[in-house]
Design a protein around this ligand. Structure first.
Ligand code: ADP
Length: 421
């Protein structure tokens, strides 16, 4: 590798998810990897493009981590810093500001990470958001009487749907808030605050976009199911969603305006929204490649655009290739992610149906997070998703048919519970 290749610090990326590393190699960008806490990186088997491993305690020693980055930058300067891990987005913005590297302002990063601030900024910009109240203290310290039930309670700094819970009636709210506080105990001790907002009952969509110098390119809009709660485990992601043109345009307008409202001028974003009375209503906008890289898989197969490579280019101050022409993004196929449901709890004895998929030509990756022997805790606790099945198809209808097949063929078996044997 030539030493003129730009170098980016990649904060808290799991090495089991390959896309960002493969894209870095294609883009000719070298990675200094800051591993996720607790993940050991075997020195001899670094992922593609990784030239150095730099352990930093981003979570519990932020000033120490910033100081270490500054020392590392002085020794041999790097060109950028980025992350795909939502909780690290403000840290990355702070480090970029400190070291004079490309990035979004810390104020914008905080707005994209704290759901209370995000809600306020989107509402103040006149965008369509559910009515909400912020709970900053330990109990229900705000007036919720203007909210129409059901409502959804969630931690302000949450991710992966952790603790997101529906309360159907005002009477239920107190116990739901207490439950969310209990389930998210560690997170709320580090980063307190809850949001209570009206429940949106329509279908859900995810939008992958890239921003560069304030211009936003919407790459894909995908269907995410129509979850009813009370807990919101992810299930499917299929793109492109088949939408009537006026609705697609309304989603593009709303997503583009959300970038401006939050001040997200540069980098990749992952936006989630649901429909209410047929109109898009924003749930959240993350200032990063979504799903630890799943968003890259979706954008790549639907449009041919190397989303993760362009995200890295923006992070090191290079122009993204997908902005080179003014032409609209064109669809070239369909892509999907099937999130294997836990379907129960207890000690896993077997996961059926996954091995056959590794040989299936439609399947690009089976990312398995849980294995036989692991224990899945009952709801409302969230142990993690068992596996993702990432695939590509000629059309979204074929992706849907494939997901119906997975729903009946992939199944997790648990050991009988004590006392029921
Ligand atoms: P996280 O950042 O933890 O994923 P989200 O706010 O994105 O939290 O919520 C996770 C999921 O919960 C969403 O994808 C959606 O399915 C559901 N959800 C969250 N808020 C609402 C709401 N107001 N109405 C309906 N569903 C919601």
């Amino acid at each position: 590798m030539s030493t003129t290749e730009p170098t980016v610090v990649l904060i808290q990326q799991r090495v089991t998810l390959p896309w960002i590393f493969e894209s870095a190699r294609r883009a000719g960008i070298r990675i200094i990897l800051v591993p996720r806490g607790g993940e050991r990186i075997p020195g001899g088997q670094l992922p593609p493009a990784v030239v150095e491993v730099l352990p930093l305690d981003v979570e519990s020693d932020r000033p120490g981590a910033l100081a270490a980055l500054r020392r590392r930058h002085r020794r041999t300067p790097f060109d950028g810093i980025t992350t795909l891990y939502d909780p690290a987005v403000p840290f990355v913005a702070e480090a970029a500001e400190l070291l004079g590297l490309p990035g979004i302002p810390l104020r914008a990063a905080l707005a994209a990470q704290d759901k209370r601030v995000m809600r306020e900024r989107l509402r103040d910009a006149g965008l369509n958001v559910p009515r909400f109240v912020r709970l900053d203290g330990p109990g229900i310290d705000a007036d919720v009487s203007h909210l129409t039930f059901p409502v959804v309670v969630k931690p302000a700094h949450g991710f992966s749907s952790l603790g997101v819970t529906k309360a159907d009636t005002p009477e239920e709210l107190e116990s739901v808030v207490a439950e969310v506080q209990q389930v998210c105990g560690d997170l709320l001790r580090r980063s307190p605050g809850l949001v209570v907002e009206e429940y949106l009952d329509g279908p859900e969509f995810a939008v992958e976009s890239l921003a560069h110098r304030g211009e936003v390119k919407v790459l894909t809009i995908g269907y995410k199911g129509q979850p009813q709660g009370p807990y919101f485990e992810e299930t499917v992601y299929r793109a492109p969603a088949s939408l009537p043109v006026p609705l697609e345009e309304a989603i593009r307008r709303e997503v583009t305006a959300a970038h401006a409202a939050l001040g997200i001028t540069d980098g990749p974003t992952h936006t989630e929204l649901r429909l209410r009375a047929g109109a898009p209503c924003l749930l959240e906008l993350g200032a990063r490649v979504g799903g630890s890289g799943v968003s890259h898989h979706i954008a790549w197969h639907v449009t041919g655009i190397d989303l993760a490579a362009d995200a890295l280019r923006i992070a090191v101050g290079l122009p993204p290739h997908s902005f080179a022409s003014d032409e609209d993004v064109v669809g070239t196929g369909a892509a999907a992610n099937y999130i294997v449901p836990c379907g129960g709890h207890g000690r896993i004895t077997a996961i059926h149906g996954l091995d056959a998929l590794r040989e299936d030509s439609r399947v690009d990756h089976v990312v398995q997070m849980l294995h036989p022997g692991d224990v899945v805790r009952p709801y409302p606790d969230f142990t993690g998703y068992p596996a993702f099945v990432l695939s590509h198809h000629a059309s979204t209808a074929e992706a849907e048919e494939f997901h119906r097949h997975l729903a009946s063929s992939v199944r997790i078996e648990y050991a009988p519970e004590e006392g029921t044997r």
